[in-house]
Each structure stands twice: as C-alpha cells, then as structure tokens.
Design a protein around this ligand. Structure first.
Ligand code: HEC
Length: 143
C-alpha cells in the first residue's frame, strides 16, 4: 500500500500535513549536514594553529585568558609565549602547571594576582594538545 495513504488512513493526517512534515525533516537534515561540513572546514582549511584555536575555544580557556588571549581579571594575557616556552616545555606546563610553576619564579609571580591558578588539562588527545600548544606559540594579536 502507498505509505502516505497508510499514514493518512490510520492517523487521520491530511496529505498536506504529512508532506509538510517530511519537507521539514529534509530541510533540517540538510541544515545539520551543512553546519557539520562548515565546522569540519574551520579546523581543516587553515593552518595547524586554526585547529589549536578550536581547542582553546572548546576548553573555554578564554573564560580566564580572554577570547583573543588578551587576559581578564582571572588570568594574564597569553602574549609572547614563544619567548618563554617551546613545544615541549609548554606541553609539560599544560599537563601539570603546579609542577612547572614550582620551579619557576616568573610563573610564581605571574600567578600571584589571581585567585585561582592555571589548572591541569589532562583530557586532550596528543594531537589536540599539539595543536593547542602550536596555536599558543604562534604570534597573536596581543604580542
Ligand atoms: C581558572 C582560570 C584559568 C583557566 C580556565 C585557564 N588558565 Fe591558563 N593561567 C591561569 C593563571 C592564573 C595563570 C598564571 C600562572 C599560573 O597560575 O601558573 C595561567 C597561565 C597560563 C599560561 C602561562 C602564561 C605565561 O606567560 O607563560 C598559559 C600558556 C596558559 N595559562 C594557557 C591556558 C590554556 C591553554 C587554557 C585552556 C586549556 C588555560 N590556560 C585555562 C588561569 C587559567
């Protein structure tokens, strides 16, 4: 039996209602597919630091360090990081800030004005961590 006729008979919906619903589902699915595609491109078309920026946004680092790394009342700006860190040392710091801070007078002083120090981030895949660190070491607007 024709599926439309079946639904109409058993549920009392008109053909128009059923077609409008089906159209809604198709438009919705297309929209979702398109936005997924756009997100994918966001992290794929630019430099590796573009992917690192996505990780920065996802982990909400900006809540303390500011959307464009400009700093807030909760944390310092993330500027000129490349003059203090390299890929390896900054990775170590993000994984265990307390340990690295304990050996660095600069970081102790840097953390003093803030109520809460930098928290360890241990949930990232290696690749995400690499791109985050790459992004942080790339010169930015506040350098
Ligand atoms: C709760 C607020 C807070 C959040 C969230 C936070 N930080 Fe921090 N961060 C700090 C504070 C405070 C410091 C100052 C130094 C310290 O505490 O070790 C700091 C220091 C840093 C430094 C060292 C800056 C320098 O000049 O060497 C880096 C790099 C950094 N944070 C990156 C990040 C990244 C990446 C994220 C997200 C994964 C993040 N932070 C999330 C508070 C925060």
């Amino acid at each position: 039996m024709d599926p439309l006729a079946f639904i109409r008979r058993h549920r009392g919906y008109s053909t128009t209602t059923i077609l409008v619903c089906l159209a809604g589902v198709v438009v919705g699915a297309t929209f979702i597919a398109c936005s997924a595609e756009r997100n994918f491109q966001d992290t794929q078309d630019g430099s590796p630091s573009q992917a690192g920026h996505s990780v920065y946004v996802e982990l909400k680092c900006g809540r303390c360090h500011g959307e464009v790394l400009e700093g807030t009342r909760a944390a310092p700006p993330l500027s000129k990081l490349a003059s203090h860190w390299d890929q390896v040392s900054l990775t170590d710091y993000i994984l265990d800030p307390d340990k690295v801070r304990a050996k660095s007078q600069r970081l102790v002083l840097l953390s003093e004005p803030y109520a809460v120090g930098m928290a360890a981030i241990r949930t990232l895949e290696d690749q995400e961590l690499d791109s985050l660190v790459g992004f942080l070491l790339t010169p930015n607007e506040v350098d």
